[in-house]
Design a protein around this ligand. Sequence first.
Ligand code: BES
Ligand code: ZN
Length: 608
Amino acid sequence: MAPLSPNDPNSFSRPDLVVVKHMKFVLGADFKEKIFSGYVELTVEKIVDSADELVLDTQELHIQSVSDKATGAALQHEQVNDEKNKVFGSKMIIKLPAGNKFVIKIDYKTSPSATGLQWLLPAQTAGKVHPYVFSQFQAIAARSFVPCQDTPSAKITYEAEISCPKELKVVMSAIPVGDPIENDSVKMYSFKQKVPVQSYLIALAIGALESRKIGPRSTVHAEKEIIEESAKEFADTETQLKTAEDICGPYVWGIYDLLVLPPSFPFGGMENPCLTFVTPTLLAGDRSLVNVIGHEIAHSWTGNLVTNVNFEHFWLNEGFTVFIERKILGRLHGEKVLDFAAYGGLTTLKDTVKQLGELNPLTSLVVKLDGVHPDDSFSSIPYEKGYVFLRYLEKLVGGPSVFEPFLRKYFDTYKYKSISTDVFKKFFLDYFAANAAVKEIDWETWLYKPGMPPVIPDYDKSILDLVTKKKEEFLNWNSERRANFPFSIDELSSEQKIQLLHEIVNSGPQPIPKLQMWEHTWNMSKVQNAEIKFAWLRIGLISKWKDIVQPALDFVNDVGRMKYTRPIYRDFYAWEEVRPQAIENFNRHKKFMMHVSAFTLEKDLHLK
Ligand code: BES
Ligand code: ZN
């Protein structure tokens, strides 16, 4: 299949011919209809003089009119649908007037089924009184919110005026401008994003939100029921931010706020600029899951400043981000903690390669996405294989003291740009031209061959040792001798417990009496830490333990984070006896899920 456009197989747009430089949104949220309506103004520039049309991505948008702002003249436009590219939405073509620069005004409405928006009923929120809406546009869902060049190969600045019922508050991935303007029952919030961003970084949420300052440039927003807890859990945000600056260079986005979403948010975190979105499952009570914040902070350089040109090069975003995330961890807690996390990542990488198959092209670092929706290619591979590659390169060139200055130079050179893997490769080889070791890099295998990476780094195992010991104890323990349960996990940190449980998942089904004993002693299915609970539920499901079915269903009905729901539903599917019950549960709950969750789980359950 031919790419939809030269720089991006997943977008119809042609920023190489005519580029959108700035967008102004003037929209109102209608919670009854579950739509946004209003207009957007696109500031457009021709790149190629002969170009006479602007091509935009749209998905289920109702376009009312298109005009040239300068003259008010209506512009001819059409939305083209092509059955075989249906998952990418419709191609919108606007005929351009004479000239080189325009502001084009588009009056439109979104659809209640917009893939990038989730409209929540009051019952789906913590407060249960007010509705809520949030966006998740990565990878290619911005087109369901606004007609745009929905490709990371192009960047725009934006401003917005968003209105909502006056009991609610709007937050966006931008800097708030002034106080909201109130009239009658409506409040209007204004924002400005002065740093050019790719379309998937446009983000907004509206709900009954409270705000607490947690640092000199950080405020956390959440429903009042979880605001205090959130402020405590994320109190170390500024420390992580400063550490990231120390590694990467100056933070250009002004503020770094957090929005803690309702539980149906499909990801752990999303690096929306100025305002990271996070799942409430990070509220473990002991700050043990704040590496996700470190990860999203790292995206302020890797992904948000230096951006993958399209999702075939997604590892440039995520692999680098995991690499920086773990450097932050190392700076704050030491090299041993860094290596323990890296080892955990290696466990994830092995699991993913096994699950996808070692010949699966999606286990390559750089993938082909012609005709493939990026959501279908999503996995831990770009994260963890990318991490291993960068760790290999770092060691090869002489370690962090040599590699970190290189990284800063790379960020500084490609900030505000979108690049492919070849650009990175060339920059790396030029920078290290005098370093003989780089000749031995087998780029072809690392970048384009499926399966496990050709070189696996040797990580420090001192924190892992206790986990290994506990695992042996557990696996060798004879559950017939119930009275002497040999097994205490009190000495383990939350991170060690999580690793232990993952390793037990990978050890296959366990005798049920052992699980009962463990549950009885440690109350495992009631723990607050979502990572621990998730792994525990999986151990039970893999062991076909009937008592775990209901807690596992309750968990996936409550929590939308796909990192948890996908493996649990896959375990349910593999257990034939409970499969119908799980499918019935999914069908009953899918209307409460974000589109990306329902779409992905449907495939995991072989329903599509
Ligand atoms: N940018 C991703 C989330 C994402 C990826 C959304 C692709 C849509 C499409 C985010 O930075 C991320 O990787 N989140 C992880 C955090 C983890 C790796 C620490 C998550 O959600 O679990
Ligand atoms: Zn990420």
